[in-house]
Design a protein around this ligand. Structure first.
Ligand SMILES: O=C(CO)COP(=O)(O)O
Length: 261
C-alpha cells in the first residue's frame, strides 16, 4: 500500500507572520491526518522557520527547487547539501512555473529536460527525495499531446538515472492548464494519465512501478480533493493556492486520509 502524500507548495507567498499563523493552524489539526504523509514547501528564505515549527511533528518539508551544480559561483542558487543542512526530506523539481519563467526555460526542450534530470541526480545523491513535476501545457493539451509530453520527461529521467533512481522518487502530474485556474482535471482524466505513467515505469521495473507515488496537482481544493485522491493511481496531491489557508489545507489532508479506507 502506497502511503498518501499531500504536499503544500507555497510558491512565492508568505511572511514570517503569516507563515506562523498558517503553520499553527495546520499543526493544530495534525492529529486528524497523522496516517498520511504531509510536506510543506515554503520559499527558501523561510526554510529555517518551517524547520523549527515542524521538527518533531511528523510533517516534512523541502524546497521548491535546487541547483544542478554542487557548489560554487552560481548566484542565487541553492545546493542539495544546503537542503540536507536544513533537514529537507523532499525537493520539487521541474515545476512548470520554473520551466516557463526561469533559466529552465530553453528553446531546446531536450536541453531543458536534461537540466531537470541533472537536478534530480543531485537530489538523489544527497538522499533527498525528488518530486518530479510533469504535465502538458494548454496548447499541448488542446492538440492531444499529453502522453507524448509526459513520456518525454519520464524517459529522460530514466535514461539519465536508471529506473532504480525512481525507487526513491515521487512523480507529480501537474497539467499546466489546471494550475491556478480553478479548473482541476477530472478524476477520470487524471487517473488515466497516472495509470499511463505507472505503466511506463512498469515497462522498466514492475516492483518500482507498484510502489512509486504519483501525485496530482492543479486546482485541488477541500471540496474536490476526495474524488481525485480516491482514484487507484492517484497517491495524493501537490497543492498550490489551497495550501495557503490552514483550514483549506487541513481539509485536503483529511480527504487523503479517506483513501486509507
Ligand atoms: O502548481 C501547483 C502546485 O505545485 C498547483 O497550484 P494550484 O493548486 O494553485 O492550482
Amino acid at each position: 500500500m502506497r502511503k498518501p502524500l499531500v504536499a503544500g507548495n507555497w510558491k512565492m507567498n508568505g511572511s514570517s507572520e503569516s507563515n506562523k499563523a498558517l503553520l499553527e493552524g495546520i499543526l493544530s489539526k495534525a492529529d486528524t491526518f497523522s496516517d498520511i504523509e504531509v510536506a510543506l514547501f515554503p520559499p527558501s528564505v523561510y526554510l529555517q522557520q518551517v524547520q523549527s515549527a515542524l521538527t518533531g511533528t511528523g510533517l516534512a518539508w523541502g524546497t521548491q527547487n535546487l541547483s544542478q551544480f554542487e557548489k560554487g559561483a552560481y548566484t542565487g542558487e541553492i545546493s542539495a547539501s544546503m537542503l540536507v543542512d536544513f533537514g529537507c526530506k523532499y525537493v520539487l523539481i521541474g515545476h512548470s512555473e520554473r520551466r516557463c519563467l526561469y533559466a529552465e526555460l530553453d528553446l531546446d526542450q531536450c536541453l531543458l529536460d536534461r537540466i531537470i534530470a541533472e537536478k534530480y541526480e543531485m537530489a538523489v545523491r544527497a538522499g533527498i527525495t525528488p518530486i518530479i513535476c510533469i504535465g502538458e501545457s494548454p496548447d499541448e493539451h488542446a492538440v492531444g499531446r499529453t502522453e507524448e509530453v509526459v513520456l518525454r520527461l519520464l524517459d529522460t529521467v530514466i535514461a539519465h538515472q536508471g529506473v532504480e533512481g525512481l525507487a526513491h522518487t515521487v512523480l507529480a502530474y501537474e497539467p499546466v492548464w489546471a494550475i491556478g485556474t480553478g479548473r482541476s482535471a477530472t478524476p477520470e482524466w487524471a487517473q488515466d494519465v497516472h495509470s499511463f505513467m505507472r505503466q511506463r515505469v512498469a515497462k522498466h521495473d514492475k516492483e518500482i512501478a507498484k510502489n512509486i507515488r504519483i501525485l496530482y496537482g492543479g486546482s485541488i481544493k477541500g471540496n474536490n480533493a476526495a474524488p481525485l485522491f480516491l482514484q487507484p493511481d492517484i497517491d495524493g496531491g501537490l497543492i498550490g493556492g489551497g495550501s495557503l489557508d490552514a483550514d483549506e489545507f487541513v481539509k485536503i489532508c483529511q480527504a487523503a486520509v479517506l483513501k486509507l479506507g
